[in-house]
Design a protein around this ligand. Structure first.
Ligand code: ARG
Ligand code: ZN
Length: 476
């Protein structure tokens, strides 16, 4: 229903009712905000609507880096809207809002805002279908001075954090607006197109091209939606719980290829171990992609992506444990604000300690103590606050390592039983949504029955080495 209808109702009302209706209607349709109000990234996400599903249907030609197609967004307006923004950097051909052509323009500041003005204002709480038709060369598109799209010799990677979606589909790009996805990408026959979730179908509709249809049925943050195109070796199997396990290896990994496989192929075993610590694996599929086209790893939902560099010295199951721990901490439970990054990286780093203990390579207490001892008090390491590191330091070592020490300090304070109850309660309570650090602290206090604000202030919010180590007074 459109606002026009409501104005019509106001017009037929009389007396005091007219006054009331006029007062309501005087909240005139307004532009949706260009961001959700995240202090680290003012243009991340948008106000005024909530997305439930993205249908991304593309064709990609690696030879020219030409990406074209449509994204259909199912959403609901959360206010009366005269216009709204999508976060998107590619060249747009047309936008339909509820099947009616809409006006649109890219914000001239190159901040990745696409402003859409529908022919008629949109009413709050009404469903909304937006179809964006586009074509561009993503590797040439710069937003805020940066290009997240990674062109490789045989394809491309859409893998990055905190921003990744703007280079391949229009979105409400903030982890607080999670949605389900159908991602369908047509590529030349000699390359594969990997993405999240389940490979629903692979079809041929013209000579030389194959379309890969992927589906994610659990709420997923936009930066965790991923696309890898290239001459990957793709392996498919089914885990004992009946879920697809799909892995892909870049042949250019060369002599590290076997070490990569000896690591990534253990993903189901590692997930099963992590499930004993954190609760059931949250998603419908598993996997991993190894590529030479990036220098980091990312916890893409259901299917993390790893730089081949992680495996140059041999197998590395630590990174597998890290990225898969993010399936619980970061993917199932998303960040309320990007400043809460400790909830992702501190926890995934602590999971590496747990896995290490499982492999008899050192206990969390030993590993945390070693990190604590290896950074003297005057080390700049202690200046970054894991609980609010600043956008420039979001992936600083302190967020990962001091962040893991904070969890060991919590464990020391509350004991093993309460500690694992807290971790599992956190996931159970927020899976499918997003949450913030203060909520975690409140939960930890509730479950342990102990005041913990000082402990978290010491470990997350003070620019100094905590006087007592992560294991309290004990020494190793
Ligand atoms: N979340 C990733 C991890 O598990 C880090 C991504 C860092 N981003 C980047 N563009 N380097 O460690
Ligand atoms: Zn991480």
């Amino acid at each position: 229903m459109r606002l026009r209808t409501r104005a019509g109702l106001g017009a037929v009302a009389t007396g005091i009712a007219t006054t009331l209706l006029t007062a309501t209607a005087s909240a005139a349709p307004a532009p949706g905000a260009p961001g959700v109000g995240d202090p680290y990234y003012p243009y991340a996400g948008n106000g005024g609507y909530d997305v439930s599903h993205y249908d991304v249907r593309l064709t990609y030609q690696p030879a020219t880096d030409r990406l074209s197609g449509t994204t259909t967004i199912l959403a609901k307006a959360t206010q009366d809207l005269s216009s709204f923004d999508l976060d998107f950097g590619l060249h747009v051909n047309s936008v339909l809002v509820d099947n009616v052509p809409a006006a649109f323009h890219a914000d001239p500041d190159e901040n990745g805002e696409l402003v859409v003005t529908p022919a008629e204002p949109l009413a709050a709480n009404q469903p909304l279908t937006v179809v964006v038709d586009y074509a561009d060369t993503p590797s040439k598109v710069v937003i805020d001075g940066y290009t997240a799209w990674k062109k490789t010799p045989d394809g491309a990677l859409a893998v990055d954090e905190p921003q990744n979606s703007q280079w391949w589909f229009p979105a409400n790009d903030h982890p607080t607006d999670k949605a389900t996805y159908d991602i369908s990408v047509e590529v030349p026959d000699d390359v594969a197109a990997l993405s999240n979730g389940t490979l629903v179908r692979k079809t041929k509709q013209r000579a030389g091209w194959t379309r890969w249809n992927w589906r994610s049925t659990q709420p997923e943050a936009t930066y965790l939606a991923t696309l890898e195109v290239g001459a990957f070796e793709v392996n498919q199997s089914t885990t004992p719980d009946g879920k697809p396990f799909i892995t892909a290896y870049d042949p250019a990994t060369g002599e590290s290829l076997d070490a990569a496989k000896a690591s990534v192929e253990r993903t189901p075993e590692i997930d099963d171990f992590l499930a004993t610590q954190f609760g059931p694996y949250p998603f419908e599929a598993r996997g991993g992609v190894v590529s030479t086209g990036l220098n980091f790893a990312l916890e893409a939902q259901t299917r993390p992506v790893y730089s081949s560099k992680f495996f140059v010295a041999g197998s590395n199951t630590s990174v597998i444990a890290h990225e898969n721990a993010h399936q619980w901490f970061g993917d199932a439970v998303s960040l309320g604000r990007w400043s809460d990054i400790w909830l992702n990286e501190g926890f995934a780093s602590y999971a590496e300690y747990l896995w290490s203990e499982h492999e008899s390579e050192g206990t969390p207490a030993e590993l945390a103590q070693y990190v604590y001892d290896s950074h003297p008090a005057d080390d700049a390491f202690w200046h970054v606050l894991p609980g609010d590191p600043g956008a420039a330091n979001q992936f600083d070592d302190a967020v990962y390592d001091r962040g893991a020490l904070a969890l060991q300090a919590l464990r020391t304070a509350v004991g093993d039983e309460a500690f694992f109850k807290i971790l599992q309660g956190w996931v159970a309570g927020h899976s499918g949504g997003a949450a913030r650090i203060q909520q975690f602290i409140a939960l930890a206090e509730r479950i342990s029955g102990k005041p913990l604000q000082d402990l978290f202030t010491t470990w997350l919010f003070r620019p100094a080495k905590p006087a007592a180590g992560p294991n309290g007074a004990s020494t190793f």
